[in-house]
Design a binder for this molecule. Sequence first.
Ligand SMILES: Cc1cc2nc3c(=O)[nH]c(=O)nc-3n(C[C@H](O)[C@H](O)[C@H](O)COP(=O)(O)OP(=O)(O)OC[C@H]3O[C@@H](n4cnc5c(N)ncnc54)[C@H](O)[C@@H]3O)c2cc1C
Length: 515
Amino acid sequence: MESSSLWMEGHQPRFEAASQPQTFDVAIVGGGITGLTAGYFLKQSGKKVCVIEKGQIGGGETGHTSAHLAYPIDLRPTELSRTFGKDGLRLTLEAGVTAIDAIETIVMDLGIDCGFQRVPGFLHASLKEARDETAALKADFELVKELGFPVRFLPQGPVEGKPAVAFADNAIFHPLRYLTGLARAIDRDGSRVFENSEVTEFQEDPIRLKVNGVEIQAGSVVIGTHVPLMGNTGLVSATLFQTKLYPYSSYVVGARIPKGRFAAGLYWDTSDPYYYLRVHSNVDHDYAIFGGEDHKTGQVDDTEACFQRLEAMFRRLVPGAEIDRRWSGQVVETNDGLPFIGETAKNQFVGTGYSGNGLTFGTIAGIMAKDVALGQSNPWQKIFSPSRKKVLGGAWDFLTENMEVPYHFITGWLTQGKEKSVRSVKAGEGKVLTLDGEKVACHRDEEGTLYRCSAVCTHMGCIVRFNSAEKTWDCPCHGSRFLPTGEVIGGPAETPLKTVGRKPTRRRTASNSGS
Ligand SMILES: Cc1cc2nc3c(=O)[nH]c(=O)nc-3n(C[C@H](O)[C@H](O)[C@H](O)COP(=O)(O)OP(=O)(O)OC[C@H]3O[C@@H](n4cnc5c(N)ncnc54)[C@H](O)[C@@H]3O)c2cc1C
């Protein structure tokens, strides 16, 4: 029986250790999904970054995950809605959807061979208890459906015929192949990924990190170490850790299972702690990863018994399963069930407290780290804020946005601005280009004059789109509109788009060559 995770098999990325003093725009501590996603997006937006990993990239919890890419989170929809309201539920589900879409886009853009595949996810009645959960699961279903997500209620679901809520469009992938692809995309053009490089000291003003005895200086720092650094580094205050974060151990077994026993997909039950199953297909067999038996880290003496109970439950579910490996790892829970993602001090950004949803929350953290570094707002900054507080008896005040905003927000950043030359903008056209790392809204009028301004809407930081009928730049998030020269023609934005580069320039074309 192997006692290492499925993902670590054959995982041998090679990046140099930090060995000389250097300066970067952003230093990112931790080479898991949080750190590498942050590194990728920050580099994409023109920053010179370094990702500093004390061991091998992916060697932390990302290498020990069960690799469900699910947009529903550990908190049941009804529970989440009770605490954070329907808007909180919607924003949280949107975060998951956005993260999975972002991963899919990156996989395609970089051509990463990591088996990314869209699969359904099923929340089903408890494997442990025989009570009828139809009404409670229906309540979850109704709530999520009302918010417009693709769900179905199954009176008899795929797991032991128990009632289930089926969520469409989740995904599976090989997390470490994905991370390796991200790291390779980061480690060039002046940005670096360092392995075998532990951050042992931290100083502010300016930010300096002691790594392998040398000093790395940076304008800002992103802490993607899963459990935030404290101690000598002093990066995150002990108070946050002691009062709001709780590490739990979780156990996993892996097994070949008969083909077709379960369709490729994600399955998790309503037990507390819950059981989770992930199935993917190989040519001649299917492979299942089954996990659960979570407990507060350090609070159970007989951890072997946790594996034994897990195996017994799995064999009940899939008689004939050939269990060939097992591993365990840590998830970090928070006092209210949502992660802490955001700035804990000026120029210090942290992502932690993801519970069992760290692949999606880690991805969102990477996106949010980029937004903070660029001084842009984003849809989740209040709900995931490390300093969020609920007013006693009152409502959470994180939200005024409408449903599509997170979607437009991220798709704009991911999909717009692929081209890099103003020559591609023809007379009468408008295109978002990436020029010197910046998203630039470029419009060429019929006379050949080129207008350039920032494509980042000054209201909430979404990427504007060209309205070819009106020859305006329109924001898909909240509807602000701008002239090609950047002036506001319709709010909610009040500030013009920033002018970029030179004054409008005229190109000699057949139609204007005589002027
Ligand atoms: C058994 C199990 C199953 C899970 N299943 C799922 C799932 O199905 N879906 C899901 O979404 N999530 C799941 N999770 C959670 C998810 O895997 C994690 O939340 C996520 O991988 C955390 O990513 P991260 O980048 O924040 O941290 P990590 O991957 O832990 O990366 C942090 C890195 O920081 C490095 N580091 C720490 N200190 C320093 C330092 N001083 N200097 C330099 N580097 C440092 C570490 O070496 C590590 O590589 C699961 C977790 C476990 C344990």
